[in-house]
Ligand binder design. Structure first.
Ligand SMILES: [Zn+2]
Length: 453
Protein backbone atom coordinates (compact mmCIF):
# COMPACT_ATOMS: atom_id res chain seq x y z
CA UNK A 1 0.00 0.00 0.00
CA UNK A 2 1.24 3.45 -0.87
CA UNK A 3 0.86 6.33 1.56
CA UNK A 4 0.13 9.97 1.01
CA UNK A 5 3.31 12.00 0.77
CA UNK A 6 4.49 15.57 0.93
CA UNK A 7 7.57 16.47 -1.08
CA UNK A 8 9.52 19.65 -0.45
CA UNK A 9 11.99 20.52 -3.18
CA UNK A 10 12.87 22.83 -6.03
CA UNK A 11 11.20 21.65 -9.22
CA UNK A 12 11.69 22.53 -12.89
CA UNK A 13 9.01 21.74 -15.46
CA UNK A 14 7.76 23.01 -18.81
CA UNK A 15 3.97 23.35 -18.93
CA UNK A 16 4.18 25.16 -22.30
CA UNK A 17 6.53 24.56 -25.26
CA UNK A 18 9.55 26.80 -24.75
CA UNK A 19 8.54 28.00 -21.27
CA UNK A 20 10.22 26.88 -18.07
CA UNK A 21 8.85 27.21 -14.56
CA UNK A 22 10.96 26.93 -11.42
CA UNK A 23 9.03 26.00 -8.30
CA UNK A 24 11.59 26.90 -5.64
CA UNK A 25 11.25 24.95 -2.39
CA UNK A 26 7.64 24.16 -3.24
CA UNK A 27 5.46 21.63 -1.40
CA UNK A 28 3.96 18.92 -3.58
CA UNK A 29 1.21 16.85 -1.97
CA UNK A 30 0.79 13.35 -3.42
CA UNK A 31 -2.27 11.16 -2.86
CA UNK A 32 -2.02 7.45 -2.08
CA UNK A 33 -2.73 6.69 -5.76
CA UNK A 34 0.42 8.57 -6.82
CA UNK A 35 -1.42 11.60 -8.20
CA UNK A 36 -0.48 15.15 -7.21
CA UNK A 37 -3.29 16.59 -5.09
CA UNK A 38 -1.88 20.09 -4.66
CA UNK A 39 1.19 22.22 -5.24
CA UNK A 40 1.99 24.97 -2.75
CA UNK A 41 4.52 27.58 -3.82
CA UNK A 42 6.83 29.43 -1.52
CA UNK A 43 4.88 32.67 -1.97
CA UNK A 44 1.46 31.09 -1.34
CA UNK A 45 -0.07 32.53 1.83
CA UNK A 46 -0.50 29.19 3.62
CA UNK A 47 3.02 27.92 2.73
CA UNK A 48 4.62 28.50 6.13
CA UNK A 49 1.63 27.20 8.00
CA UNK A 50 1.59 23.96 5.95
CA UNK A 51 5.35 23.59 6.19
CA UNK A 52 5.22 23.87 9.96
CA UNK A 53 2.26 21.54 10.21
CA UNK A 54 3.80 18.73 8.11
CA UNK A 55 7.58 19.02 8.34
CA UNK A 56 7.85 16.50 11.17
CA UNK A 57 5.51 13.97 9.51
CA UNK A 58 6.86 10.53 8.60
CA UNK A 59 5.69 11.03 5.06
CA UNK A 60 7.43 14.40 4.62
CA UNK A 61 10.39 14.28 2.20
CA UNK A 62 12.71 17.29 2.15
CA UNK A 63 15.12 17.21 -0.82
CA UNK A 64 16.83 20.42 0.38
CA UNK A 65 19.17 21.78 -2.32
CA UNK A 66 18.63 18.95 -4.77
CA UNK A 67 16.71 19.71 -7.96
CA UNK A 68 13.73 17.74 -9.18
CA UNK A 69 12.89 17.25 -12.84
CA UNK A 70 9.90 15.35 -14.23
CA UNK A 71 10.63 11.70 -15.06
CA UNK A 72 11.64 11.49 -18.72
CA UNK A 73 9.36 9.82 -21.26
CA UNK A 74 11.21 7.82 -23.95
CA UNK A 75 8.71 6.74 -26.59
CA UNK A 76 10.85 4.82 -29.07
CA UNK A 77 13.10 1.99 -27.91
CA UNK A 78 13.94 -1.35 -29.54
CA UNK A 79 14.54 -3.31 -26.33
CA UNK A 80 16.11 -6.39 -27.99
CA UNK A 81 18.74 -4.22 -29.67
CA UNK A 82 20.31 -3.11 -26.39
CA UNK A 83 23.21 -5.63 -26.71
CA UNK A 84 24.30 -3.96 -29.96
CA UNK A 85 24.00 -0.33 -28.84
CA UNK A 86 26.89 1.58 -30.40
CA UNK A 87 27.75 -1.18 -32.88
CA UNK A 88 27.99 -1.03 -36.67
CA UNK A 89 26.70 2.50 -36.94
CA UNK A 90 29.27 3.18 -39.66
CA UNK A 91 27.63 0.55 -41.87
CA UNK A 92 24.73 0.93 -44.28
CA UNK A 93 21.23 0.36 -42.92
CA UNK A 94 20.69 -2.88 -44.89
CA UNK A 95 24.00 -4.30 -43.58
CA UNK A 96 23.17 -3.17 -40.04
CA UNK A 97 19.76 -4.84 -40.24
CA UNK A 98 20.75 -8.10 -41.91
CA UNK A 99 24.06 -8.75 -40.19
CA UNK A 100 23.41 -7.38 -36.73
CA UNK A 101 19.80 -6.51 -35.93
CA UNK A 102 17.74 -9.40 -37.33
CA UNK A 103 20.11 -12.17 -36.13
CA UNK A 104 20.15 -10.53 -32.67
CA UNK A 105 16.37 -10.11 -32.46
CA UNK A 106 15.87 -13.75 -33.49
CA UNK A 107 17.72 -14.83 -30.29
CA UNK A 108 14.85 -13.76 -28.06
CA UNK A 109 13.08 -17.08 -28.38
CA UNK A 110 15.51 -17.84 -25.55
CA UNK A 111 13.65 -16.55 -22.50
CA UNK A 112 16.71 -16.54 -20.23
CA UNK A 113 18.58 -14.34 -22.68
CA UNK A 114 15.56 -12.02 -22.92
CA UNK A 115 15.29 -11.79 -19.15
CA UNK A 116 18.97 -10.92 -18.73
CA UNK A 117 19.03 -8.23 -21.43
CA UNK A 118 15.66 -6.68 -20.65
CA UNK A 119 16.39 -6.43 -16.90
CA UNK A 120 19.65 -4.64 -17.63
CA UNK A 121 17.99 -2.26 -20.11
CA UNK A 122 15.08 -1.29 -17.85
CA UNK A 123 17.47 -0.68 -14.94
CA UNK A 124 19.74 1.41 -17.18
CA UNK A 125 16.88 3.55 -18.47
CA UNK A 126 15.61 4.16 -14.94
CA UNK A 127 19.12 5.12 -13.82
CA UNK A 128 19.05 7.69 -16.64
CA UNK A 129 15.81 9.20 -15.38
CA UNK A 130 13.39 7.52 -17.81
CA UNK A 131 10.21 6.70 -15.90
CA UNK A 132 7.89 5.93 -18.86
CA UNK A 133 9.12 3.95 -21.85
CA UNK A 134 7.58 2.65 -25.06
CA UNK A 135 9.25 -0.49 -26.37
CA UNK A 136 9.34 -2.62 -29.46
CA UNK A 137 9.92 -6.21 -28.34
CA UNK A 138 10.48 -8.95 -30.91
CA UNK A 139 8.11 -11.27 -32.79
CA UNK A 140 8.17 -13.58 -29.74
CA UNK A 141 5.22 -13.38 -27.35
CA UNK A 142 6.88 -14.94 -24.31
CA UNK A 143 10.00 -12.77 -24.35
CA UNK A 144 8.01 -9.60 -24.99
CA UNK A 145 5.62 -10.41 -22.15
CA UNK A 146 8.73 -10.90 -20.00
CA UNK A 147 9.75 -7.33 -20.86
CA UNK A 148 6.34 -6.06 -19.70
CA UNK A 149 6.77 -8.02 -16.43
CA UNK A 150 10.26 -6.58 -15.90
CA UNK A 151 8.98 -3.00 -16.36
CA UNK A 152 6.20 -3.83 -13.90
CA UNK A 153 8.53 -5.27 -11.28
CA UNK A 154 11.19 -2.52 -11.48
CA UNK A 155 8.50 0.17 -11.23
CA UNK A 156 8.82 1.69 -14.68
CA UNK A 157 5.67 2.61 -16.62
CA UNK A 158 6.04 0.32 -19.65
CA UNK A 159 4.31 0.40 -23.03
CA UNK A 160 5.27 -2.80 -24.77
CA UNK A 161 4.58 -4.30 -28.18
CA UNK A 162 5.05 -7.67 -29.85
CA UNK A 163 6.50 -6.82 -33.25
CA UNK A 164 4.60 -7.84 -36.40
CA UNK A 165 6.64 -8.52 -39.55
CA UNK A 166 4.76 -11.05 -41.65
CA UNK A 167 5.66 -10.27 -45.27
CA UNK A 168 7.63 -13.27 -46.54
CA UNK A 169 9.25 -11.28 -49.33
CA UNK A 170 10.51 -8.52 -47.04
CA UNK A 171 11.75 -10.35 -43.95
CA UNK A 172 14.39 -13.07 -43.51
CA UNK A 173 13.08 -16.63 -43.14
CA UNK A 174 14.88 -17.01 -39.82
CA UNK A 175 13.11 -14.00 -38.31
CA UNK A 176 9.51 -13.24 -39.22
CA UNK A 177 5.96 -14.23 -38.28
CA UNK A 178 5.12 -17.61 -39.81
CA UNK A 179 1.87 -16.30 -41.28
CA UNK A 180 -0.39 -13.26 -41.16
CA UNK A 181 -2.93 -15.18 -39.11
CA UNK A 182 -0.33 -16.20 -36.55
CA UNK A 183 0.95 -12.61 -36.32
CA UNK A 184 -2.55 -11.29 -35.60
CA UNK A 185 -3.54 -14.11 -33.23
CA UNK A 186 -0.30 -13.66 -31.28
CA UNK A 187 -0.83 -9.89 -31.10
CA UNK A 188 -4.33 -10.37 -29.70
CA UNK A 189 -3.05 -12.92 -27.17
CA UNK A 190 -0.28 -10.51 -26.18
CA UNK A 191 -2.77 -7.66 -25.63
CA UNK A 192 -4.88 -9.87 -23.36
CA UNK A 193 -1.85 -11.14 -21.42
CA UNK A 194 -0.58 -7.60 -20.75
CA UNK A 195 -4.05 -6.43 -19.76
CA UNK A 196 -4.18 -9.28 -17.23
CA UNK A 197 -0.72 -8.38 -15.94
CA UNK A 198 -1.74 -4.70 -15.67
CA UNK A 199 -4.42 -5.45 -13.08
CA UNK A 200 -1.72 -5.67 -10.39
CA UNK A 201 0.69 -3.00 -11.62
CA UNK A 202 0.49 0.21 -9.60
CA UNK A 203 2.19 2.49 -12.16
CA UNK A 204 0.50 0.84 -15.18
CA UNK A 205 1.73 -1.36 -18.00
CA UNK A 206 0.19 -1.21 -21.44
CA UNK A 207 0.13 -3.37 -24.60
CA UNK A 208 1.07 -1.64 -27.85
CA UNK A 209 0.12 -2.77 -31.35
CA UNK A 210 3.41 -2.82 -33.24
CA UNK A 211 3.70 -3.26 -37.00
CA UNK A 212 7.49 -2.96 -37.47
CA UNK A 213 6.96 -0.58 -40.37
CA UNK A 214 4.76 -0.60 -43.44
CA UNK A 215 7.34 -2.35 -45.69
CA UNK A 216 7.62 -5.39 -43.39
CA UNK A 217 3.87 -6.04 -43.16
CA UNK A 218 1.29 -7.36 -45.61
CA UNK A 219 -1.80 -5.27 -46.35
CA UNK A 220 -3.88 -7.79 -44.50
CA UNK A 221 -1.75 -7.62 -41.37
CA UNK A 222 -1.98 -3.82 -41.33
CA UNK A 223 -5.75 -4.02 -41.77
CA UNK A 224 -6.20 -6.57 -38.97
CA UNK A 225 -3.90 -4.66 -36.61
CA UNK A 226 -6.01 -1.54 -37.18
CA UNK A 227 -9.09 -3.56 -36.20
CA UNK A 228 -7.38 -4.83 -33.04
CA UNK A 229 -6.41 -1.26 -32.12
CA UNK A 230 -10.06 -0.28 -32.32
CA UNK A 231 -11.36 -3.37 -30.52
CA UNK A 232 -9.02 -2.95 -27.53
CA UNK A 233 -8.48 0.85 -27.69
CA UNK A 234 -4.75 0.12 -27.68
CA UNK A 235 -1.65 2.19 -28.15
CA UNK A 236 -0.03 1.81 -31.57
CA UNK A 237 3.64 2.31 -32.48
CA UNK A 238 5.52 2.00 -35.74
CA UNK A 239 7.95 3.93 -37.94
CA UNK A 240 6.72 6.61 -40.33
CA UNK A 241 8.58 8.20 -43.26
CA UNK A 242 11.90 7.51 -41.59
CA UNK A 243 14.39 7.44 -44.46
CA UNK A 244 14.49 8.02 -48.21
CA UNK A 245 14.35 4.28 -48.87
CA UNK A 246 11.44 3.53 -46.54
CA UNK A 247 9.44 6.62 -47.51
CA UNK A 248 9.82 5.99 -51.25
CA UNK A 249 9.18 2.25 -50.92
CA UNK A 250 5.74 2.94 -49.43
CA UNK A 251 4.92 5.48 -52.15
CA UNK A 252 5.87 2.91 -54.81
CA UNK A 253 3.82 0.13 -53.20
CA UNK A 254 0.66 2.13 -52.45
CA UNK A 255 0.92 5.30 -54.51
CA UNK A 256 0.50 7.04 -51.14
CA UNK A 257 2.67 8.38 -48.38
CA UNK A 258 3.26 6.60 -45.06
CA UNK A 259 0.84 8.69 -43.04
CA UNK A 260 -1.96 8.15 -45.57
CA UNK A 261 -1.34 4.39 -45.59
CA UNK A 262 -1.20 4.13 -41.79
CA UNK A 263 -4.38 6.20 -41.57
CA UNK A 264 -6.20 4.11 -44.17
CA UNK A 265 -5.55 0.97 -42.09
CA UNK A 266 -6.79 2.58 -38.86
CA UNK A 267 -3.29 2.84 -37.41
CA UNK A 268 -3.33 6.57 -36.74
CA UNK A 269 -5.37 7.29 -33.63
CA UNK A 270 -4.98 9.50 -30.58
CA UNK A 271 -2.91 6.67 -29.08
CA UNK A 272 -0.47 6.36 -31.99
CA UNK A 273 3.21 7.20 -31.55
CA UNK A 274 5.05 7.07 -34.86
CA UNK A 275 8.83 7.20 -34.81
CA UNK A 276 10.97 9.58 -36.86
CA UNK A 277 8.62 11.22 -39.40
CA UNK A 278 11.59 12.82 -41.12
CA UNK A 279 9.88 13.10 -44.50
CA UNK A 280 6.36 14.02 -43.46
CA UNK A 281 5.06 17.11 -45.22
CA UNK A 282 2.43 19.57 -44.03
CA UNK A 283 -0.46 17.45 -45.41
CA UNK A 284 0.88 14.47 -43.46
CA UNK A 285 1.11 16.67 -40.37
CA UNK A 286 -2.55 17.63 -40.90
CA UNK A 287 -3.51 13.94 -40.91
CA UNK A 288 -1.59 13.46 -37.66
CA UNK A 289 -3.31 16.49 -36.17
CA UNK A 290 -6.75 15.35 -37.25
CA UNK A 291 -6.23 11.93 -35.66
CA UNK A 292 -4.40 13.41 -32.63
CA UNK A 293 -1.44 11.10 -33.32
CA UNK A 294 2.13 11.96 -32.35
CA UNK A 295 5.57 11.81 -33.92
CA UNK A 296 8.48 10.59 -31.81
CA UNK A 297 11.62 12.51 -32.69
CA UNK A 298 14.77 10.36 -32.49
CA UNK A 299 17.58 12.83 -33.22
CA UNK A 300 20.64 10.63 -32.60
CA UNK A 301 19.33 7.73 -34.65
CA UNK A 302 18.27 10.14 -37.40
CA UNK A 303 21.86 11.28 -37.79
CA UNK A 304 22.83 7.75 -38.78
CA UNK A 305 19.87 6.39 -40.72
CA UNK A 306 17.38 9.12 -41.64
CA UNK A 307 19.05 11.08 -44.46
CA UNK A 308 17.55 14.35 -43.20
CA UNK A 309 16.94 16.45 -40.10
CA UNK A 310 13.40 16.37 -38.74
CA UNK A 311 12.08 19.97 -38.71
CA UNK A 312 10.79 20.05 -35.12
CA UNK A 313 9.98 23.73 -34.99
CA UNK A 314 8.23 23.96 -38.33
CA UNK A 315 5.90 21.05 -37.48
CA UNK A 316 5.42 22.15 -33.89
CA UNK A 317 4.24 25.53 -35.23
CA UNK A 318 1.77 23.64 -37.40
CA UNK A 319 0.38 22.06 -34.21
CA UNK A 320 1.87 18.58 -34.48
CA UNK A 321 2.46 16.84 -31.16
CA UNK A 322 6.07 15.73 -30.89
CA UNK A 323 7.76 13.63 -28.22
CA UNK A 324 11.29 12.26 -27.86
CA UNK A 325 12.91 8.82 -28.21
CA UNK A 326 16.34 7.26 -27.92
CA UNK A 327 15.63 4.68 -30.66
CA UNK A 328 18.04 2.21 -29.14
CA UNK A 329 20.01 0.93 -31.03
CA UNK A 330 19.71 3.09 -34.15
CA UNK A 331 20.54 5.64 -31.46
CA UNK A 332 23.46 4.47 -29.33
CA UNK A 333 22.54 6.21 -26.09
CA UNK A 334 20.05 5.10 -23.41
CA UNK A 335 19.81 8.69 -22.19
CA UNK A 336 17.17 11.23 -23.14
CA UNK A 337 19.62 13.87 -21.84
CA UNK A 338 21.82 12.96 -24.82
CA UNK A 339 18.82 13.18 -27.13
CA UNK A 340 17.77 16.56 -25.74
CA UNK A 341 21.25 17.88 -26.55
CA UNK A 342 21.24 16.32 -29.99
CA UNK A 343 17.79 17.76 -30.75
CA UNK A 344 19.27 21.20 -30.19
CA UNK A 345 22.46 20.55 -32.17
CA UNK A 346 20.73 18.91 -35.15
CA UNK A 347 18.29 21.82 -35.32
CA UNK A 348 21.18 24.28 -35.45
CA UNK A 349 22.63 22.46 -38.44
CA UNK A 350 19.24 22.44 -40.14
CA UNK A 351 18.91 26.14 -39.42
CA UNK A 352 22.37 27.27 -40.49
CA UNK A 353 23.06 24.62 -43.16
CA UNK A 354 26.10 22.41 -43.51
CA UNK A 355 27.68 22.97 -46.92
CA UNK A 356 30.40 25.60 -46.55
CA UNK A 357 30.56 26.06 -50.32
CA UNK A 358 27.15 27.68 -50.25
CA UNK A 359 26.62 31.31 -49.44
CA UNK A 360 25.40 31.82 -45.86
CA UNK A 361 22.05 33.13 -47.10
CA UNK A 362 21.40 29.95 -49.07
CA UNK A 363 22.96 27.44 -46.71
CA UNK A 364 20.27 26.76 -44.11
CA UNK A 365 16.51 26.65 -43.70
CA UNK A 366 16.12 29.43 -41.08
CA UNK A 367 13.69 29.42 -38.15
CA UNK A 368 14.62 25.81 -37.35
CA UNK A 369 16.42 26.35 -34.05
CA UNK A 370 15.12 24.32 -31.12
CA UNK A 371 16.14 25.61 -27.68
CA UNK A 372 17.26 23.28 -24.93
CA UNK A 373 14.07 24.14 -23.03
CA UNK A 374 11.94 23.21 -26.03
CA UNK A 375 13.79 19.89 -26.26
CA UNK A 376 13.19 19.39 -22.51
CA UNK A 377 9.47 19.89 -23.19
CA UNK A 378 9.55 17.11 -25.81
CA UNK A 379 11.13 14.71 -23.26
CA UNK A 380 8.51 15.47 -20.60
CA UNK A 381 5.22 17.24 -21.34
CA UNK A 382 5.29 16.26 -25.04
CA UNK A 383 5.56 12.61 -24.03
CA UNK A 384 2.56 12.93 -21.73
CA UNK A 385 0.56 14.50 -24.54
CA UNK A 386 1.52 11.65 -26.88
CA UNK A 387 0.40 9.06 -24.32
CA UNK A 388 -2.75 11.03 -23.44
CA UNK A 389 -1.76 10.68 -19.79
CA UNK A 390 -1.27 13.48 -17.23
CA UNK A 391 2.53 13.24 -17.13
CA UNK A 392 5.46 15.63 -17.22
CA UNK A 393 4.16 18.54 -15.12
CA UNK A 394 4.05 19.17 -11.36
CA UNK A 395 0.42 20.16 -11.13
CA UNK A 396 -2.74 19.01 -9.41
CA UNK A 397 -4.18 15.95 -11.17
CA UNK A 398 -0.86 14.93 -12.74
CA UNK A 399 0.95 11.67 -12.01
CA UNK A 400 3.91 12.17 -9.68
CA UNK A 401 6.98 10.85 -11.58
CA UNK A 402 10.32 12.52 -11.03
CA UNK A 403 14.11 12.31 -10.90
CA UNK A 404 16.22 13.86 -8.16
CA UNK A 405 19.33 15.69 -9.39
CA UNK A 406 22.36 16.39 -7.21
CA UNK A 407 24.47 18.98 -8.98
CA UNK A 408 27.18 18.42 -6.34
CA UNK A 409 27.52 14.71 -6.95
CA UNK A 410 31.21 13.94 -6.18
CA UNK A 411 31.70 12.00 -9.41
CA UNK A 412 30.19 14.74 -11.59
CA UNK A 413 30.06 18.06 -9.83
CA UNK A 414 28.59 20.77 -12.03
CA UNK A 415 30.54 24.05 -12.09
CA UNK A 416 28.90 26.82 -10.10
CA UNK A 417 31.26 29.76 -9.86
CA UNK A 418 29.36 32.56 -11.52
CA UNK A 419 27.65 35.33 -9.59
CA UNK A 420 24.02 36.15 -10.28
CA UNK A 421 23.11 32.96 -12.08
CA UNK A 422 19.44 32.89 -12.94
CA UNK A 423 17.21 29.90 -12.18
CA UNK A 424 17.03 28.98 -15.86
CA UNK A 425 20.84 28.79 -16.05
CA UNK A 426 20.73 26.01 -13.50
CA UNK A 427 18.41 23.98 -15.71
CA UNK A 428 20.59 24.62 -18.76
CA UNK A 429 23.59 23.27 -16.85
CA UNK A 430 21.68 20.24 -15.66
CA UNK A 431 20.46 19.42 -19.18
CA UNK A 432 23.85 19.86 -20.81
CA UNK A 433 26.28 18.61 -18.16
CA UNK A 434 24.65 16.10 -15.89
CA UNK A 435 25.07 12.36 -16.31
CA UNK A 436 23.30 9.47 -14.66
CA UNK A 437 25.73 10.04 -11.74
CA UNK A 438 23.77 13.18 -10.88
CA UNK A 439 20.43 11.34 -10.82
CA UNK A 440 20.34 10.10 -7.23
CA UNK A 441 16.73 8.95 -6.93
CA UNK A 442 13.88 8.08 -9.27
CA UNK A 443 10.22 8.10 -8.27
CA UNK A 444 7.29 6.73 -10.25
CA UNK A 445 3.61 7.21 -9.35
CA UNK A 446 4.59 8.80 -6.05
CA UNK A 447 6.89 5.93 -5.02
CA UNK A 448 10.66 5.86 -4.75
CA UNK A 449 11.77 3.06 -7.06
CA UNK A 450 15.50 3.78 -7.33
CA UNK A 451 18.00 5.24 -4.90
CA UNK A 452 21.74 5.34 -5.56
CA UNK A 453 23.96 5.29 -2.50
ZN1 LIG B 1 12.97 2.27 -34.58
Amino acid sequence: MNNKKIIKASFFHSPKYGDIEFLKQALVFVSSNGIISKVIRQDDENYLELLEKHSKDNNFFDFKDKIILPGFIDLHIHAPQWPQAGLALDDELSYWLNNFTFPLESKYQDLDYAREVYSDLVKTLLANGTTSAMYFGTIHNEATLELAKICASYGQRGFVGKVVMDDKTMNPDFYRDNSTKEAIDNTEKFILDVQTLAKDVFQGVYPVITPRFVPSCTDNALLELGKLAKKYNCYIQSHCSESDWEHNFVIERFGKRDSEVLDQFGLLTDKSVMAHGNFINSEDADIFKKQKSSVCHCPISNSYFANAVFPVNQLKKQGLNICLGTDISGGFSPSLYDNIKHTVMASRMLNDGVDNKLDANNRGTNNARVSVFEAFYLATTGGGEALKLPLGIFKEGYICDFQVIDINSPSNKLPKYLDNEEDKHLLQKILYLSTSENIREVWVQGKQILKKD
